[in-house]
Ligand binder design. Structure first.
Ligand code: SF4
Length: 321
């Protein structure tokens, strides 16, 4: 068998499936850009469509995103997991990942997931501050995130803990403490989502009544810059920063306010490079600066919209060979 050369994910969105209620900021139907829950047949069609576009030498993982997968009945979970089995057995797909709520993890659930080839479980932790969790109506506590994380890691799964910034009651210090707890709980990966005000949510009502003010884009980029630096130092992979730009967010049909940008991650990495470059420029005392940049980083070094290049005209960027 030839070694696989890269890695791809087939996303299957199950919006707000089995959520006990809606968190104040959430409208998964708008965020996922998909209004209905796929049937197992539709899930199979999604997998086939993606596989048809993927070469044989990529590693493939099927991912059940959105909603609370393990909040469904064991039978319903099994129904979806079974769809993936022929692909796992043939070796075309390597494994399965899913996202769920921390209060929907139990030993019998983990046994089922293990049996069907799930390797990564991502929990929506959102904040590891009980005050913030209560304000947004998450319906679970920090202790429940800790307990679920322990169970997942002890059962031999890879753990992902997703976080949000700028929720009601959040501060930069609280978001940094959330990141520290994510590391402490043994997560290998995370996703960082700046809070947006999406229409048809309780948060939208609070925003309209002046009870909630989202972060502005610049502040969200600043917070994420420090979080990115920290997670990277700690060896935690950041799978995503910023929401996927669904049609509703792009057109504004679902979006009301908050730090939304189609290239949010690029803005954060541009800001990180800006810090690095300003130190180099200061150290050069007005002289020219030549910066060797790994090929994958060149767009961020030059900056989104060439922002860093314009800010530091004396810097010459060279791609590292
Ligand atoms: S648990 Fe997740 S998907 Fe469900 S309502 Fe809350 S944020 Fe939305």
């Amino acid at each position: 068998m030839t070694a696989k050369t890269s890695y791809r994910v087939i996303p299957i969105f199950i919006p707000q499936r089995a959520c006990p209620f809606r968190c104040s900021y959430c409208n998964q139907f708008a965020i996922a850009g998909q209004g209905s829950v796929p049937t197992p047949e539709e899930a199979r069609a999604i997998i086939d469509t993606h596989l048809a576009t993927m070469s044989e030498d990529v590693e493939v993982r099927i991912a059940f995103f959105g909603g609370s997968f393990t909040g469904m009945s064991l039978e319903e979970q099994e129904m979806y997991l079974k769809v993936a089995q022929p692909y796992l057995q043939s070796g075309r797909v390597r494994d399965i990942q899913l996202s769920t709520r921390p209060d929907y993890i139990a030993p019998e659930v983990l046994q089922l997931l293990k049996r069907y080839g799930v390797t990564l479980i991502e929990l929506g932790a959102q904040s590891l501050d009980d005050g913030v969790l209560a304000q947004v109506g998450r319906g679970h506590t920090v202790e429940q995130v800790r307990a679920a994380s322990r169970m997942i890691v002890e059962a031999g799964f890879e753990l992902g803990l997703q976080m949000m910034i700028g929720l009601p009651g959040d501060t930069k210090e609280k978001s940094m403490r959330t990141a520290e707890t994510i590391v402490e709980l043994g997560a290998s990966c995370t996703r960082i989502y700046p809070t947006l005000v999406v229409k048809d949510t309780l948060l939208a009502k609070q925003y309209r009544q002046g009870e909630y003010e989202p972060l502005d884009l610049e502040t969200a980029v600043e917070w994420c810059k420090d979080l990115y630096r920290y997670f990277t130092e700690q060896g935690v992979t950041i799978l995503r920063m910023g929401l996927h730009p669904s049609e509703g967010l792009l057109s504004g049909a679902d979006y009301l306010a908050g730090p939304f940008h189609v290239s949010f991650k690029e803005l954060v990495l541009t800001a990180l490079w800006r810090d690095r470059l300003s130190h180099m420029v200061a150290d050069a005392h007005g002289g020219p600066v030549v910066v060797k940049v790994p090929a994958g980083e060149i767009n961020y070094a030059v900056g989104y919209g060439s922002a860093n290049k314009k800010m530091f005209p004396k810097v010459r960027f060279e791609v590292e060979r």
